[in-house]
Design a binder for this molecule. Structure first.
Ligand SMILES: O=C1O[C@H](COP(=O)(O)O)[C@@H](O)[C@H](O)[C@H]1O
Length: 253
């Protein structure tokens, strides 16, 4: 796929610092061009890696960051499944991001209303865009090829109008979630997948090597104007036969 970069690191220890460098370099670029940095976060294994790597930086100024969630589980914020809850304890409470810079869901609402409420919040902060244009979206991919809360064979894969969609039958618990849709994901200025561990190897091969023929949701991520990075470790990349870039912890993106 034109413009896609597949970057393979020996392990997550080398990948992590490059992820942090990608975030800070896109933040710097965004703030100098339009005064703020809009970042969409995923949950799962990304939470601890990103938190650890950002906190390891000697200087991190998040005062102009606006953070949203690529997907969120409809549970209370103190539930261990809450993506916001995990970022709050591992990252937000330790950096200088203003409270107004974090767009949380209203987890007291039923799932359909929660998605509508989150759509409204996004429209408020992206008033000029039909679909919000995030400076950077960080995505994960499950071993079933899902990304955000967009699961294989689910009708939400065909959503073309909504910004945020509700899902109440997520095959991965918890079942009720809200998720950004593909039109939002593919409008971003930069999208980066972070995928580590041998359990991702078979699906990663299919997603990256089968192109448009791949039935997996992650294969549908193709920003119309933005950059697309896949940051993976050797165990996840073990089955790949396509050309990749092999990098170390000092790489600059
Ligand atoms: O349920 C989810 O899973 C995906 C993938 O998570 P990972 O732990 O396999 O990396 C994650 O990106 C998504 O935000 C989350 O809700």
């Amino acid at each position: 796929m034109a413009g896609r970069r597949v970057l393979v690191f020996p392990s997550s220890a080398e990948l992590g610092p490059v992820l942090a460098q990608l975030v800070t370099s896109r933040a710097e670029k965004a703030i100098s061009s339009h005064g703020r940095f809009t970042l969409g976060l995923s949950g799962g294994s990304l939470v601890s890696m990103l938190s650890k790597e950002l906190l390891a930086l000697s200087e991190l100024d998040c005062s102009k960051w606006l953070v949203g969630f690529c997907d969120e589980r409809l549970v209370s914020f103190d539930d261990p499944e809450s993506t916001y809850g995990l970022y709050k304890s591992q990252l937000f409470s330790k950096i200088n991001i203003p409270e107004s810079g974090i767009l949380t869901i209203d987890c007291s609402l039923p799932v359909n209303e929660c998605a509508e409420d989150y759509t409204r919040k996004l429209k408020e902060v992206f008033p000029d865009d039909d679909f919000p244009v995030f400076d950077l979206l960080l995505l994960g991919m499950g071993p079933d090829g899902h990304t955000c809360s967009l699961f294989p064979d689910h009708p939400l894969l065909e959503e073309t109008k909504k910004i945020v969609a509700p899902i109440s039958d997520s095959p991965k618990p918890p079942p009720q979630r809200v998720t950004m849709t593909f039109p939002v994901v593919n409008s971003a200025r930069c999208v980066a997948f972070i995928s580590t561990g041998g359990s991702k190897a078979p699906v990663l091969k299919e997603v990256l090597e089968d192109g448009e023929a791949s039935p997996f949701p992650a294969a549908r991520v193709a920003p119309t104007k933005g950059e697309l990075f896949w940051l993976v470790d050797e165990p996840a990349a073990a089955s790949l036969t396509i050309q990749v870039e092999r990098l170390g912890s000092g790489a600059k993106l």
